[in-house]
Design a protein around this ligand. Structure first.
Ligand code: PLP
Length: 399
């Protein structure tokens, strides 16, 4: 009989969203007349913008015409999109070669797939709380994980501990679930730590489009030295509502090297290219045309309008936390608001309490790591009317 990968036995049951759905469904069954507002979703709610849809229509027509039909495309992505992404990075002052840009079907796959390039014996450093994919994909490979604590004391922005060595470091900024965003100075420390340790930073910038404070970095490559030690993952999921359309991009600079146990050096850019051309056949042409439309002047204007809509909701939620004097992070450069559960409750207790008393659904922090046990995530991915009503009900919890 084929033997399975025993590392899968080490995975924790991923029951967060199914448990949330189960509790909401029980509540609705028992309270058919109560309205429920969902501020727990990490998925966008606005439809694709006009420019994007027009580009998809045009590309679909091309695919239906013998003269313009396209079959397999380049695994790394079409040049028209790689140039568009290169232009986007230029807007943050970052220069990239197009062969450092790999178009993908999203940041989830690539943050997981990148683990293919690294030996099992590397020490992986992962912040807690964080997007669970980093922990699970490394667990599947049997790698040793050291957690670094995000907490109220460090505003959920843990900094490197020089006494601990790591080979691979995950950083998510702006962060899911905490909404916290590293400053340039803080990222400089991380880059210095990575260079000192010959480590690679895996930087997830899936929420960079929500950064509105011009002093905060959108990309780790805004930091000197990062091209020698960092791989960056980004996605159009939140930038332009592509969660169901699927397109992202991964930057693997040509300057990053890794070594074998015997000391042989390899370029991670070449390895990733080899990995992608072997295991991936590219993103659909129609989707890549839609993605390129996001980076056009008109497309970016529409994307920014969508982000502004969500950020108005975030402002309303963060404003409520301010008013009630609840400790929170996020909401300014991120669609997530992460707050300390009131009344000394843990995050599942508060989930039930808020659902029962206010009919509002959020996400218990416990689902993102042990440091989330007494914290809670609300998201801006709803409409303004619902967000205002949800916060009205939230305030009543404190009457
Ligand atoms: N990275 C982070 C931090 C996320 O929160 C998410 C989605 O919620 C992703 C990556 C996944 O993005 P994609 O839809 O591009 O796979």
């Amino acid at each position: 009989m084929a033997k399975f990968n025993e590392n899968y036995l080490e995975l924790k049951e991923s029951y967060l969203f199914s448990e949330v759905a189960k509790r909401v469904s029980v509540f609705q069954k028992n309270n058919p007349d109560r309205s429920v507002i969902r501020l727990g979703i990490g998925d966008v709610t606005l439809p694709l913008s006009k420019e994007v849809v027009n580009a998809m229509h045009t590309a679909a027509d091309e695919m239906g015409n013998a003269d313009t039909f396209r079959g397999y495309g380049p695994e790394q992505g079409y040049d028209f999109l790689r140039y568009a992404i290169q232009g986007h990075y230029k807007s943050f002052g970052v220069e990239l070669d197009t062969d450092e840009i790999f178009v993908s079907d999203g940041a989830k796959s690539d943050t997981g797939n990148i683990t293919d390039l690294f030996d099992k014996d590397n020490v992986v450093m992962i912040p807690d709380p964080v997007y669970p994919v980093y922990v699970d994909t490394n667990t599947m490979n049997g790698r040793k994980i050291v957690f670094i604590d995000g907490n109220a004391e460090n505003n959920f922005l843990p900094m490197p501990d020089k006494s601990v060595h790591a080979d691979i470091i995950y950083i998510c900024s702006p962060n899911n679930p905490t909404g916290a965003c590293y400053s340039r100075e803080q990222l400089k420390e991380w880059v210095a730590y990575a260079l000192e340790n010959d480590a690679v930073i895996l930087f997830d910038s899936a929420y960079e489009c929500f950064v509105s404070d011009s002093s905060l970095p959108h990309s780790i490559y805004e930091i000197e030295g990062a091209k020698k030690c960092a791989i960056e993952f980004c996605s159009l999921s939140k930038t332009a509502g592509f969660t169901g359309t699927r397109c992202g991009y991964t930057i693997v600079p040509k300057g990053i090297k890794s070594v074998s146990t015997s000391g042989k050096e390899m370029s991670l850019n070449k390895m990733w290219n080899r990995r992608q051309t072997t295991k991936f056949n590219g993103v659909p042409y129609v989707v890549q045309r839609a993605a390129a439309a996001v980076f056009s002047e008109a497309g970016m204007k529409e994307a920014k309008a969508m982000i502004a809509h969500y950020m108005e909701n975030a402002r309303i939620i963060a404003g409520t936390m301010e008013e009630l004097g609840i400790r929170y992070t996020g909401g300014i450069n991120s669609p997530y608001i992460w707050f300390e559960c009131p009344f000394g409750m843990d995050s599942w207790e508060f989930f039930d309490f808020m659902l029962e008393k206010a009919g509002v659904v959020g996400t218990p922090g416990a689902g993102f790591g042990k440091n989330g046990n007494n914290w809670f995530r609300l998201t801006a991915f709803n409409n303004k009317e619902n967000t205002v009503e949800a916060m009205k009900r939230f305030k009543k919890l404190f009457d």
